[in-house]
Design a protein. Structure first.
Ligand code: SAM
Length: 273
C-alpha cells in the first residue's frame, strides 16, 4: 500500500506553485477526471509511460495509480519538490527529468515501447505532436499518444474531408495512424480555467503504405492547403510532377484540397516519392 498523498490543492499551496502563464500552466485537480484520462491509453499496469509537463503531479498520480512506470519531463523547477513526494509515494515507479521536452529525445529514455500522455501548453503540444508524427521510421517507438489540446485543434486533428477543420494536421495525424477524439474537458476543470474548451485526442499508429516519403506528403499538403480555396491545378502548380500524378490517379485537378481524402493525398505523394 502506498503512503497517502495530500490533496493537490494543498501541495500547490505548500510549494507556492502559483500557475505560470508563460509556462502555460492550467492544472487539473479532480482525481476522478484524472483517472478517466489515465484510462484512455488502455490498461497501463507494468507499461512505460512518458508524461510531458507533470506540473504538481495530478495526472502523474493517476498514471501511477493505474500501475504505469512513468518517466516525466517537467520544465518548471518549482514543481520538483512536489514531484519528489509523488516519487516517494510510488517507489520505483516514477522518474522525473527536469528540462525542456522540445529538446529531449525520448528514444534516449526507453529501450522498448512507451505510451505518451500529456496535458501541455498548446504551442508546445502541437510542436511535439507534429514531431512525433513526422518520423521517417514507422511504426514509431511510442505505442500511443494521449494528448490534451484546445478543442478547436483536437477537432482539426480528427477532422474529415469537406469540413473547414480539415487540413494538414488531419492528413498528418491520419495517414498512418488512427486518431480519435477521446474526451472533451470543460474549461472549468482547470485551475486557472483557460479561455477555451479542451479535448483529448488519442492516436495509435497503423501500418504505413510502403514507398511514401513523409517529406513529399508534407510538400503536397502544404501546397494544396496553402491555397485551400483554389483548385488543385493552381495550388499544386509549383510541385514538380504533381499535376501529372493527379491525372495518372484519375483525380480531377479542378477539385480543391479539402475534398481530397487522406488516402488520395497519400497516393499523390506516393507517385511523387
Ligand atoms: N499535468 C499537469 C496537470 O494536468 O495538472 C500540468 C499541466 S500544465 C497545462 C502544463 C505543464 O507543462 C506545466 O507544468 C508546465 O510547466 C509544463 N511545461 C511547459 N512547457 C514545457 C516544456 N517545453 N517541457 C516540459 N514541460 C513543459
Amino acid at each position: 500500500m502506498n503512503a497517502p498523498l495530500p490533496p493537490l490543492r494543498e501541495v500547490i499551496a505548500r510549494h507556492g506553485l502559483s500557475a505560470s502563464k508563460a509556462l502555460g500552466q492550467n492544472f487539473l485537480f479532480d482525481e476522478h477526471l484524472l483517472d478517466r484520462i489515465a484510462a484512455i491509453p488502455g490498461p497501463l499496469h507494468g507499461r512505460d509511460v512518458l508524461e510531458i509537463g507533470p506540473g504538481p503531479g495530478g495526472l502523474t498520480r493517476a498514471l501511477l495509480r493505474a500501475g504505469a512506470r512513468v518517466t516525466a519531463i517537467e520544465m518548471d523547477r518549482r514543481c520538483l519538490p512536489a514531484l519528489a513526494e509523488v516519487e516517494a509515494a510510488f517507489p520505483r515507479q516514477l522518474t522525473v527529468i527536469q528540462g525542456d521536452a522540445l529538446k529531449i529525445d525520448p528514444a534516449t529514455l526507453f529501450d522498448g515501447p512507451y505510451a505518451i500522455v500529456a496535458n501541455l501548453p498548446y504551442n508546445v503540444g502541437t510542436a511535439l505532436f507534429t514531431g512525433w508524427l513526422s518520423g521517417e521510421a514507422w511504426p514509431p517507438q511510442w505505442s500511443s499518444l494521449t494528448l490534451m489540446f484546445q478543442e478547436e485543434v483536437a477537432r482539426r486533428i480528427v477532422s474529415t474531408p469537406d469540413t473547414s477543420a480539415y487540413g494538414r494536421l488531419a492528413v498528418l495525424a491520419q495517414w498512418r495512424s488512427r486518431a480519435k477524439l477521446a474526451m472533451k474537458v470543460h474549461r472549468s476543470a482547470f485551475t486557472p480555467p483557460p479561455k477555451v474548451m479542451s479535448a483529448i485526442v488519442h492516436v495509435e499508429p497503423e501500418p504505413a503504405l510502403e514507398g511514401v516519403s513523409m517529406r513529399m506528403l508534407e510538400r503536397v499538403t502544404e501546397a494544396a492547403f496553402g491555397q485551400r480555396r483554389k483548385m488543385l491545378r493552381q495550388s499544386l502548380k509549383g510541385v514538380p510532377g504533381a499535376l501529372d500524378a493527379l491525372e495518372s490517379l484519375g483525380i480531377d485537378a479542378q477539385r480543391r484540397a479539402e475534398t481530397l481524402t487522406v488516402a488520395e493525398f497519400v497516393s499523390v505523394a506516393k507517385v511523387l516519392s
